[in-house]
Design a protein around this ligand. Structure first.
Ligand code: ADP
Length: 432
């Protein structure tokens, strides 16, 4: 508060001097007026110096000003120093972020309004063949013109990444993901997954080839076993051959399931949009389920909406639905109830298998469609399960844009639901 005292003392000093001088010449009021003018002029000069300093922009060097003007100059100077320190800190942080993003192995491209490129890192130059100097400011869809990428960019649904080969190089497979942030800004991230893609293809081919190669020896073994079992055998020999036959059948199922999965994984399925008479398919399935249930004498029932058909692949749909029915028969104790339902639902159409079987613990439900996952491995093997059934169901549903839903209570029963979108629903008389 020293500057206030300085100003008060200065004003009082000037006023007293002016009053004394005015009194000496016999005109104290004129003396006071002259004193006030001198004081105002003096303050005006200091204000002018302060203004010049502020306008000059050399805020790092404050002027030597006494009183309240000096205080103002000091405040402006310290605000300036603080802002400069903040700016330097932000600048350093920005540089660090830029250096980190630039060093990322994945391509990163910042897109503004209208998909214009605002910034890109080195990996973007390498993976997407963009040029930091030439392409900043250009629309990304003018530079990356693959129709799938353009549709993804404009579609606005960025929940899932887009996997694309041939965006810039024919044999490079990229995983592209757009992350919206801020106002109208998007980050395009691209990762090279060519190697992973190749390894995955190799794995699929290997499983498919091995399964295929195993088919012939298994068929030969099954044939000989059948012939041998027709001959005269003692009880011990028969038991051994029957056990061998049982295991061969299990292996055959395993090989068939593996082949089905690899076909579903690799192949573009032919005839994915043929109208399928699901009610008829379920009627024949019910007969098979009755035979399968055999001595267990399940109470089996079917409710099917006769007007509800589905666009899809009949053989694969049969395989998926039958897997659910076989599981219900396998995991429901004798005398239990199994209901098959085919009906309309909010999403479109829904196939439901509801049983009063052993049920599944809640923590196991998310893992059911993993290959070879079994809640109780011993029970599944004893029942002749391959551990691949629900994985097949999942893949068939993916091909039909469907979803598998599972509700279950251990000890009370389970409901497996295949839900299909309305665009796949058709009727028996719909024109094709
Ligand atoms: P599996 O050939 O072993 O039946 P799946 O993939 O068809 O293989 O099923 C995976 C596991 O899910 C089964 O091992 C079983 O533990 C459980 N499961 C499937 N369906 C049912 C059901 N209806 N009731 C109880 N558990 C079931």
């Amino acid at each position: 508060m020293g500057f206030w005292w300085y100003e008060v003392r200065l004003a009082a000093g000037v006023a007293s001097l002016a009053l004394v001088a005015g009194w000496l010449v016999g005109r104290p009021s004129v003396g006071l007026l002259v004193g006030a003018l001198v004081y105002a002029g003096w303050q005006g000069m200091r204000l002018l110096r302060l203004l010049r300093w502020l306008q000059g922009g050399r805020l790092a060097e404050p002027p030597e000003l006494p009183g309240v003007w000096g205080e103002l100059a000091y405040l402006a100077h310290s605000q300036y120093l603080r802002a400069r320190r903040r700016q330097r800190r932000l600048g350093e942080r920005l540089k660090r972020y830029e250096a980190t993003a630039a060093a990322l192995p994945d391509a990163a491209v910042v897109l503004g309004r209208d998909h214009g490129i605002q910034w890109l890192n080195e990996a973007a130059c390498r993976l997407l063949h963009l040029d930091a100097r030439r392409d900043v400011g250009q629309r990304v869809d003018n530079l990356l013109r693959h129709p799938d990428f353009v549709a993804y960019l404009h579609g606005g649904d960025y929940a899932e990444p887009l996997v694309l080969s041939g965006l810039v190089e024919e044999d490079r497979v990229l995983q592209l993901h757009i992350v919206p942030y801020g106002q109208d800004q998007r980050l395009l991230v691209a990762r090279d997954i060519t190697r992973m893609h190749r390894l995955e293809a190799m794995r699929r081919d290997f499983v498919a080839n091995v399964s295929h190669e195993l088919r012939t020896p298994l068929a030969v073994m099954a044939g000989y076993l059948e012939t041998l079992l027709e001959g005269s055998l003692d009880a011990g020999q028969r038991q051994a051959l029957e056990a061998m036959q049982q295991q061969t059948t299990r292996m055959k199922h395993l090989v068939e399931d593996l082949l089905t999965i690899s076909r579903l994984e690799t192949g573009e399925l032919e005839e994915l949009d043929a109208p399928v008479d699901v009610p008829a398919l379920l009627r024949s399935m019910l007969e098979q389920a009755r035979r399968l249930s055999g001595e267990k004498q399940h109470e089996l029932s079917l409710q099917a909406d006769e007007s509800l058909w589905l666009l899809g692949h009949e053989r694969y749909l049969y395989s998926a639905f039958f897997n659910l029915v076989v599981n219900a028969v396998q995991y429901t104790p004798a005398g239990g109830r199994i209901e098959l339902r085919w009906q309309r639902c909010d999403e479109g159409a829904c196939f439901e298998v509801c049983d009063t079987g052993i049920g599944i613990p809640a923590q196991a439900i998310p893992r059911l469609t993993e290959r070879f996952y079994r809640v109780d491995p011993g029970r599944s093997r004893a029942a002749g399960g391959t551990g691949l059934g629900l994985s097949i169901v999942k893949h068939v549903l993916i091909h039909h844009e469907g979803e598998l839903q599972v509700d279950s209570t251990p000890g009370a029963g389970s409901t497996f639901r295949c839900v299909f979108p309305a665009r796949r629903v058709c009727g028996p008389n719909d024109p094709q």
